[in-house]
Design a protein around this ligand. Sequence first.
Ligand code: NAP
Length: 488
Amino acid sequence: MTLDAAPLADFADPALHAAGLYIGGDWLPGSGIPVLNPSTGGVLAEVADASPTDALRAVDAAHSAAAGWRATPPRQRAEILRRWFQMMTEHAEDLARLIAMENGKALADARGEVAYAAEFFRWYAEEAVRIPGEFRHAPSGANHILVDHDPIGIAVLITPWNFPAAMATRKIGPALAAGCTVILKPASETPLTAYAMARLGAQAGVPPGVVNVLTTAQPGPVTNAMLADPRVRKLSFTGSTGVGRVLLAEAAKSVVSCSMELGGNAPFLVFDDADLDAALDGAMIAKMRNAGEACTAANRFYVQSGIHDAFVAGLAARMAALKVGPGTDPASQVGPMITPRAVQKIDRLVTQAVNLGARLVTGGTPLPGSGYYYPPTVLADVSPQAEIAHEEIFGPVAPVYRFDTEDQAIALANETEYGLAAYVYSRDLSRALRVGKGIETGMVAINRGLMSDPAAPFGGAKQSGLGREGGVTGILEFMEPKYFAVNF
Ligand code: NAP
């Protein structure tokens, strides 16, 4: 990997940003994939482009390390994860700057991500020593049922660019705690954070081959080669629903266990009896964390008629006051989008909604310059037929729709193939819970704009995914239950 020394020169620890493919504990030099800085459009670095042959070498390395890691006592696995948590915490500022550079998110968001990401190592250090089992009497009374959990085997982990640290630790933490070895393929746009974290992991004591990291410009052939190798038993993917479907089909060929964290289209419901200021505070977090580039981002605001106009005015005032600028500038509250293509998509969705009668309350035009900037935007009176109501926006745009009754709100919220997250604001807790029960998502935030928590089961219903990450059940995604039929 070659690096543009200028933008990275002020990093406290230069070892954090010198990397190539990381296989079997060795750093293999390579090039071919430029990493851009979305704040400027400039090239930050160039990373290796792994071939399917490289990927199979990573499987070899993960296989060589598997027996030793599986036999490592849970307490020792836990202590390594705990040290990795500490190292991420000690290097939090370097990692946050790296994320702000390659992803473009505002430094405050990047710092928040590093803290959140590190927590998965702490949480799974604590869970590694609590792997559950079962002992039951068979209903006949004659026999016993004993259930143990084994590490599932080598896991391929594929992550997106929007949370380059947290999406990786949310998978590596439980996999290592369970006793699995892994191959991480980070997104091509944001590989530097993954490589930096791998360095910290090695310093924390992760043995060679337990965590391997590779970047590639051919994600399809590279992943297919790994999935076809019978030693690979797990695929854990976070990314778009479209790619998730392709990977599920590929994994089916060798019946590889899949966990899928896919796209979202979160509704944000505000009832007349909501605390308006609290709802606006929550809306800003749910919409603008990561500049809207989050799977849980509020994508559709449904606001009851009595509070609608005040909500739109309050939201527009707050959105218009945000400062847009380079991710690494501490004054920026909203960074650039990840690519020019992302800006074009947002622009297309907004233009189409306006053509169908939506009212542009603030924002609405891409910002000029070399970075990929789109301004915080509020649309009111949006037609439910507009594409923006059905597609993931993945940007700083808040479309507001009006509703009258609770049943109508639930029906509108469920009008999507996605089912990841939903937000409900009401002072009436029984109503909020009733509405939450009626919404077909894996997660519901009530009077809160943020739901992510390493101690909670994160994941989606419908076409937003399969399985859960985090919480006490997250480790089981990387374990195979083994039932012993026992006759004493
Ligand atoms: P993406 O295009 O699906 O890419 C995700 C990852 O898959 C990247 O590493 C990508 O590699 C890789 N990939 C692409 N095509 C592949 C193929 N044929 N075989 C194997 N791997 C392949 O998604 P994205 O644009 O990076 O991320 C945004 C999406 O992620 C949104 O839909 C968002 O909602 C979702 N997301 C979901 C969650 C959740 O927890 N549910 C969390 C965060 C994001 P390259 O970068 O090399 O193309």
